[in-house]
Ligand binder design. Structure first.
Ligand code: SF4
Length: 363
């Protein structure tokens, strides 16, 4: 098991060189969107995704989309297919962006398509990772350096070409907080473009690099058109280490990073992959909820549990890490979802709080 802080230090000079940032090539990874195939300029390095994608949801009016009936799990989750278990697979970005920009008058469909930039380089080595290992390793054959200005030009071109709104720019990875300068520079460019929302993913491991640019980063993170999703890996230190390949002692660093985001007035959301090892699922989830509550009493209500699909790259990672004795857990993910949403959260929160979208939950 490795030290992810040392790994981040090694990766940083490869991810940021001469004022340009290393961006993963999406083409050829199986992650590109089919419809984009003829838009080579974008789909080679950037990708687009719809977050509300079910036809019956896309046809709803904004008021209908804000109904609490769309929250939580479908009835009988344990006998449903995993793919369909959540009524809404993702609230972020469409709902979070709409809410931050226009409150509940906002239309989530205006923020449903995200122009996604994937930085190459991650200091974890997760066994479920959706990114192909070579794409995530600062490998020059699978990535290219771009200035922020060049990236924003691609975004503007995409906005002109698509006949539906693209108002969200998502920065994912890799771990982008190893080079937080990217987020700062990108926001400063996006600020000049009306109506954009910046969504930042992080694995909550790179506080040192965040603190090095504290003032500029804080200034970006507190803006209304910025949201951050911190992805916790596992509900306890043992599971964290099996999932990420990092030493168990770094489990607590995730909470320190989340605290830093909260202290800096970030609109913070949490992802939790539905991966729990062993039989004590409820006990582990309960313990994790308590750890989040110690940071902020409402933080568990801002969690979106992630379905771990066997996408082509994820399948390769699962097979590779299985050989390193880090297979993904055998626990049925539906059981993890059921425990989180139907058993543990109702133990701590009222019906009224449970019927809020994550973005409505005050921190
Ligand atoms: S899942 Fe995220 S944190 Fe984990 S290795 Fe992949 S990019 Fe890094």
């Amino acid at each position: 098991m490795f030290d992810p802080v040392k790994r981040a230090d090694m990766l940083r000079p490869l991810m940021l060189k001469n004022g340009k940032f290393l961006i993963s090539r999406i083409a050829g990874t199986g992650e590109e969107v089919k419809e984009d195939e003829d838009r080579i300029a974008y789909s080679t390095y950037f990708k687009f995704k719809w977050y509300i994608d079910l036809p019956e949801q896309l046809s709803l009016s904004p008021a209908e989309l804000w109904s609490p009936n769309l929250l939580g799990l479908v009835d009988n989750p344990l006998s449903s297919s995993l793919r369909d278990i959540k009524k809404l697979e993702f609230q972020n970005p469409p709902f979070s962006a709409a809410f931050r920009m226009k409150g509940k008058h906002g239309d989530p469909k205006d923020y449903n398509r995200a122009f996604t930039i994937q930085l190459s380089g991650c200091n974890y080595n997760c066994n479920y990772c959706f990114v192909p290992p070579e794409t995530n390793a600062c490998n020059p054959n699978f990535s290219k350096y771009f200035s922020v200005k060049e990236i924003v030009d691609y975004f503007l071109k995409a906005r002109e070409d698509f006949n539906e709104p693209i108002n969200v720019v998502r920065v994912t990875g890799g771990e982008n907080m190893i080079v937080p300068e990217f987020v700062i520079e990108l926001y400063n460019e996006l600020e000049k473009i009306d109506g954009t929302y910046l969504w930042i993913d992080t694995n909550l491991s790179a506080t040192k690099h965040m603190e090095n640019v504290e003032n500029e980063l804080k200034d970006v993170l507190k803006r209304r058109n910025v949201g951050v999703t911190g992805c916790f890996k596992g509900t306890c230190k043992e599971d964290f280490s099996l999932i990420t390949g990092a030493q168990q002692s770094f489990f607590d660093d995730q909470f320190k990073a989340a605290k830093l985001f909260l202290d800096w007035k970030t609109d913070l959301y949490v992802y939790l992959p539905a991966l729990v090892y062993g039989n004590s699922v409820e006990q582990k989830i309960d313990g994790f909820v308590n750890m989040l509550q110690a940071l902020n009493k409402n933080l568990p209500l801002r969690v979106e549990m992630l379905i771990i699909h066997e996408y082509p790259a994820a399948k390769r990672n699962m097979e590779l890490k299985s050989k390193e004795k880090r297979p993904i857990p055998l626990t049925d993910q539906r059981k993890v979802f059921d425990s989180w949403y139907n058993k543990i959260l109702p133990k701590y929160y009222s019906k009224e709080m449970l019927s809020k979208f994550c973005c409505e939950v005050p921190l």
